[in-house]
Design a protein around this ligand. Sequence first.
Ligand code: PLP
Length: 460
Amino acid sequence: MSEEIPYKIYLSEKEIPTNWYNIRADMKNKPAPLLNPGTLQPLTFEELTPIFCEELVKQELDNDTPWIPIPEEVRNFYKMYRPSPLVRAYCLEKALGTPAKIYYKFEGNNTSGSHKLNSAIAQAYYAKKQGLKGVTTETGAGQWGTALSMACAYFGLDCKVYMVKVSYEQKPFRREVMRTYGASVTPSPSMTTEIGRKINAEYPGTSGSLGCAISEAVEAALNLDGYRYELGSVLNQVLLHQTIIGLETKAALDKYNIVPDTIIGCAGGGSNLGGLVSPFLGEKIRGEKDYQIIAVEPASCPSLTRGVFAYDFCDTGHVCPLAKMYTLGSEFIPSANHAGGLRYHGMTPILSQAFHDGFMEARSVEQTQVFEAATQFARVEGILPAPESSHAIRVAIDEALKCKETGEAKTIVFGLTGTGYFDLKAYAAYNDGNMNDYIPTDEDLQASINKIPHFPGNLA
Ligand SMILES: *Cc1c(COP(=O)(O)O)cnc(C)c1O
């Protein structure tokens, strides 16, 4: 029977979803609103539009509309690399000797190498539609910056990227991809913004952090006429755009009447996982179906498994709003960990609330185990996975091996968010036996958690 299911389930272009799904409409406990850190009041449309594009602010604040149309221009761009395949991991199943049926949704088949393009193209579209000249953003290892550069090139927008200095220097390849697509790339902290100059004065020689680059990009957008800031994860709007992943996954599974038992995704800021699971989580919240949903994070940056659920700053420079989320504290600096895209201290408010309400589980995994899974996967399935994605592979393999013990033929679906061609230094460290695991101590975590703002109703 199962042999009738192809190795790859492809949808046709006509089957690209016409709407994104806004899971907030179905959540009984809505994610908490973003707060103005000055007044501690929910941020309004008027306060947010100097920073973000108007249409994106509308999406950010919309807790009620379940389906939001995907503009035709965005759908046309999606056709360049979507629908993405849902792959039945027959080779991995065989190698593991498991009765489990494993599927993965592969989002790495575009030049940016990850799912981030799904939101980048939507955000660039709304900026263009508003008549803006350009956008600013930050990037860590460079996946988001690359995706936004591609999207801006397509719509003829200027793109200014603040790239964490250590990555700018050590990972020149993505930097050059961004420049090839026409973006200007500035190492952060820079001397081009007030916050950058302040951080450079306070910490001479600092190699920067994502939180610091966010602060600079926001300041730059506020000071430039005709520019807005765009963010690649965490926000409600980003998770909304990423539901294209889950909607296509569900459509592909439905074609063959496949019902997953377990859905797994890696979680940095939570956008790919939120996008993958939204249609399934919606059914679970509405009481129609039950699924096991697992978020996987690095043991070195364990927001869901060891953080607290509280209002916290989204960035180190504290220019961004307060978001209620699972957080390790905005001043938490994860140790050098190669899964660059998962090194964020917080988690999208939507998934934070769903996790808090018991709709989702979370696991943390150590880096060497992640690369062991990545290597095993690459050798049998052919794709060289991104280290971030390999967190999900690790737990998918663990769950499939449990099925081998119990004899259960569970259906496991996981998100394969991207490829690892720009992460070969990390692969080299693993291949050379030089990779270490680092798990922060309770004291390390408490020190940054203690710096989360205290006010009535928040940790008070
Ligand atoms: C950025 C990134 C992630 C993590 O981001 P989320 O917002 O948590 O999805 C995961 N995988 C890859 C390949 C990435 O580039």
